[in-house]
Design a protein around this ligand. Sequence first.
Ligand code: SF4
Ligand code: SF4
Length: 440
Amino acid sequence: MIVPIKKYFQNGVIMSKMIEDIFSFDEVQEDCIKCGKCIPVCTIHIVNPDEVTSPRGFIDLLGAYKQGNLDLDKNAKDIFESCFLCTNCVDVCPKDLPVDMIIEQVRSDIAEKFGIAWYKRAFFLLLRYRWLNDIAFKLGWAFQTCGFKIKGDIDSMHSRLNLPIIKTDRLMPSLRKTSFLNAHPENIDNGGKRKVAIFIGCLANYNYRDVGDSLLEILEALEIDAFLAKSQKCCSAPAYFTGDFGTVDSLAKFNIEYFEGFSKDVEAIIVPEATCSAMLKIDYEHYFHDQPEWKARAKAIMSKVYMATEWLQNHTELEALLASKKKVPKLVTYHDPCHARKMQGIHEEPRNLVRQNYNIVEMSDSNACCGFGGITMQTEKYHFAKAAGIPKAAMIEKTGAEIVSAECSACRMQINNAMGVESKTIFKNPIELIAEALRD
Ligand code: SF4
Ligand code: SF4
């Protein structure tokens, strides 16, 4: 039986991917009709207009590689690492070709052949062990002012020195003294009859802590108990996009087993982060395509995972509660994270909650990728990430909004940097905006 394993949303219609589509490179190559519809929307092609760095170029090269006609040499590695995995191409492709997924697979071959850079290995090691991560981030917090100037109002910092990857004009997330998970008790009783678990994600845990704190405020207002699931580990998205499948295997199996242990006690596992939520809900199942037992377990857990605004909009009275509160005289523009709108079909839910109290102005292309692209793109290929961020920052500035919002901390890091330290527009997760409106 052919099993659909990935869903994309086109004009409100759910498009399913079949497992055979994803892992038969030859068929994908033949299926591409070279119509070119993907070219104008391809994030890498926009900043590097070359046929080899385009969806159909990637498909041709991957087909040649799988047929033994192309060596996986440094040039091929360089090309395959240039994709932002934004899924813009999948969104418009009339053949519904899963370019992002076949690139994720070939990156595992690249990692096996070339190894993984030492700094990425060190980072992935931290992700595997929360206690180590806690120590590293605490040390980072203690010493961050030595090397960086802190912009506390936007949880960001920029380097005092021009270093190879970290330039003085580059804004990066600053660290908090205490992580979200360490700042609160594991069980929070809001006197309610309902209970949800929170999966917070690494950036919101260590850097953008107001996201989690705001989510707790919202649950308190709704009288819904919270379980912080303190043993949770990174969803593994950074390792998955880099091809480090050993780390993905370890983290995904740990999280699935852990979630199984408490899932019957909670209504949902809510995630205020698009990338983590897409990883748990969708990419775990892909990753386990050749491990049937784990694939089934991932699928069972997936049914309990929701993006935070998705669950709050569709399963609570939050919208009515917000409608009873005062209007906040601030103009907000909403950016659609690739992992929310294109992968999970979530775009109306955050807007609907935010518009109860704020005026929303749409930017010219809210669906255009912000250009975050993952660790490789943020380090070795930072020039591409920077170039992709410029048009996104320009369309945000053009709206005149005081706040740009997106339910994704990776987008936050990229958009903050693209807008720069002088920008008057500040970034807020919709969860922070909702909590602010409830306070009034
Ligand atoms: S839109 Fe799809 S079918 Fe058309 S060129 Fe791009 S990948 Fe090929
Ligand atoms: S996933 Fe994005 S960057 Fe990669 S080929 Fe598709 S549109 Fe281009």
